[in-house]
Every structure is written in C-alpha cells, then in structure tokens.
Design a binder for this molecule. Structure first.
Ligand code: RIB
Ligand code: CA
Length: 307
C-alpha cells in the first residue's frame, strides 16, 4: 500500500514535535514538507525546532520552510508558559546543520500541492496564518489538497479563553478565511484531543520505548502540568491527533457541521461556532476517539522509530 503524503504546517511546540515524530515514523505516511508559523513560541524558535527535529529524527530530504511570524492583523500571542520559551520544553537537540528551504512557507505549500493535485494531505497544527495566505495567493490550494485537517477549535469550550482554542484565538481572521475557502475542514478540536491524555500508564509505555522515550517522547509529553486543574489527567497530545487522522480515520467518530469563526466578539474572538444541524456543512468534526486504539497505533509507530 502506498503511503499517504502529507505537508505539515506547524508551530513546534511540544505536541507539534510529537506530531512530527508520528508523521515520520508511521510507514503509512510520507511527510513531504514541513512549514513553520509563529504560534506557541516565536517563529525563530518554531523554525529552529523543526530544523533540529528533522536532523535528529533523520528526515533530511524533507524541505522545511518558515512562514508568518504573526497573525494577519492582530498582535502576536504565544503559549510560552506551556511549551517553554524555546518551544520544546527542556528538550535540547543538536543544532541543525542543514539549511532552511529558501522559499517562504506559503510558496512551498502552493508549489507542493500544485505538483501533485489530489495526492497530498494538508495538516495544520498551529495558527492558520500560512494557510490563509496560501489560499489568498492561490485559491486552488483548496482543490489541490487531498484533504485538509487541522488541530484547532472546539464546539464546547476554549483553552486560551473560555470561548477559544489557542490556534484559532491566535489568528481568528486567518481561521475565518480558511473555513470559507470552499474545502472540507476536518476540525480536530479540543473536544477530541482532550481524550488523548498522557496519563501515568501511557507515560510508562512511552518510557518503555528506550532512549527515544526517555530522552524525547516523555520530556515532550510530560513537560507541562496545569496548575489550575485539580483533576489534571495528563498533557493532551493535541497535534498528534490531527496527523493520526490522516493515517487512521477509523479511530475517530466524526460528524459534519457548519463552522464559522467569531472575529468581532469582545469576549468570544476565536470561537469556532459549530452548527451540527446545518444543511451547508463546511467541516467534519471528530467527536469521539478510540483511545486504546489511538495509543496502540501511536506508540506502535514510535516503537518503529525507537528501533
Ligand atoms: O490548543 C492546542 C494547540 O495550541 C496545539 O496545537 C498546541 O501546539 C498549541 O499550538
Ligand atoms: Ca501546535
């Protein structure tokens, strides 16, 4: 069976790094390009992390291009309090020696999708600024992508504000344009990703991965603990869920919906207003995860990388 090709636009980021590891280690996936955006931390650090992960994991033939440092119109926000100022917690990787692709991320996205219409899945796990700019520059991106999957949004509550999830909150105008681009957005939101928690049992299975587990996977998957959550059940591997959807959509129960992004609300900016009753859906919303199957799949792929 030929591997499914994907381009990953990301803001590494603890869970973005774990998503990159999955995209690289799943034999049913072929990572064809990585693009970076400012988000969890500044663009310089998300890009450095992507370059260092590329060499550390060994996908050195995959281009990495940097994109937007900040949102379309608003002030840049970050989540450094969660991911650490460097973006990947206390993980220290060898400095990258291979260069960044000379193209801007937006040009790399357009050229990559144009080169193989209908063959390459587009996955976005950070603010959608690069995606919106690519659609503006070349609307046919919405036709060329084999599918478009995001980690972002939610239909019940936010994590950055009570109403908004970080990736959408960081650039609501970009997200609003992306949801209206005419394609189906697979919205892997918090309602789904908060089912994928690294509890003690999962942590132990990660530690059993040997050096990769001890030195990379566990530090990324357990760096942050919410001091305001008395019922903390572990870090959610949000972005891993978006990549997993490409290879294993059978692990997800999904429902069509119309999603519009609030951009004017004083208290609700970045809210993904989700109408499951709409007759004009523009999104497919995974609502339930086969949690045991998910972890067997993800940790099985990581074990391949570890060996
Ligand atoms: O809200 C979770 C999302 O925001 C994840 O993509 C995480 O990496 C951060 O970017
Ligand atoms: Ca992310």
């Amino acid at each position: 069976m030929t591997a499914a090709k994907l381009l990953l636009d990301c803001d590494p980021g603890l869970d973005d790094a774990l998503a990159i590891l999955l995209a690289h280690s799943d034999p049913a996936l072929e990572l064809v390009a990585v693009t970076t955006v400012g988000g969890n931390v500044v663009l310089e650090n998300t890009t450095r992390n992507a370059l260092e992960l590329r060499e550390h994991l060994g996908f050195t033939d995959v281009p990495v291009a940097a994109g937007a440092a900040g949102p379309l119109v608003r002030e840049a926000k970050n989540a450094a309090e969660v991911h650490g100022p460097g973006g990947i917690g206390d993980v220290i990787l060898p400095p990258a020696t291979l260069p960044l692709d000379p193209r801007n991320a937006v040009d790399l996205i357009i050229e990559t999708l144009r080169s193989a219409p209908g063959e390459i899945h587009l996955v976005a796990t950070g603010p959608m600024t690069n995606i919106a700019l690519a659609i503006r520059q070349e609307p046919r991106v919405a036709e060329w992508a084999a599918s478009f999957v995001i980690m972002g949004g939610s239909f019940t509550r936010g994590n950055t504000t009570p109403a908004a999830e970080f990736n959408i909150y960081a650039d609501p105008e970009a997200a609003a344009e992306v949801f209206r681009a005419g394609w189906q957005v697979v919205m892997v939101g918090l309602d789904l990703t908060l089912q994928a928690l690294v509890d003690d049992a999962i942590k132990d299975r990660m530690l059993a991965l040997g050096t990769l587990g001890r030195e990379l996977v566990v530090p990324l998957a357990t760096f942050w603990k919410d001091p305001q959550d008395p019922d903390w059940g572990g870090q959610a591997v949000h972005d891993v869920c978006a990549v997993a959807y490409i290879s294993r959509p059978d692990l997800f129960t999904s429902v069509p919906a119309r999603v519009e992004v609030e951009t004017a609300g004083e208290w609700t900016a970045g809210m993904t207003v989700t109408d499951f009753r709409s007759s004009i859906p523009n999104a497919l919303v995974p609502v339930k995860l086969d949690v045991a199957g998910f972890w067997d799949y993800v940790l099985g792929c990581y074990a391949r990388a570890a060996s």
